[in-house]
Design a protein around this ligand. Structure first.
Ligand SMILES: [Zn+2]
Ligand SMILES: [Zn+2]
Length: 96
């Protein structure tokens, strides 16, 4: 089950379940749209994969299966981020 992490792991911005700005990679690394697309250029700094918009869990379901309350805040070294993005951003996600 998707974890629905509560904040952007790079800038700390709150990303509740209902946020339309939350982006995730296949490992559920969670970032706001600004970090995922502008800063990381759609290359996840953890795994090199792409991001997709995180789906919103419906109200009834989130009562039964709550979003994660565990904040993860581990800003990445932007020098390393840049070199990884440079290497991978021009390669389509399905070919990375
Ligand atoms: Zn962010
Ligand atoms: Zn990732």
């Amino acid at each position: 089950m998707l974890e629905i992490r509560p904040n952007c792991e790079q800038c700390g911005k709150d990303l509740p379940n209902t946020s339309t700005e939350a982006m995730i990679c296949s490992f559920e690394c969670t970032y706001c749209r600004d970090c995922a697309l502008d800063l990381f250029e759609n290359v996840c700094p953890g795994c090199g994969g792409n991001f997709e918009k995180r789906p919103i869990r419906p109200l009834k379901m989130v009562q039964k299966y709550p979003a994660s309350g565990t904040k993860i805040f581990v800003p990445k070294d932007l020098e390393k981020v840049k070199s990884l993005s440079e290497k991978l951003k021009s390669i389509a996600p399905e070919k990375r």
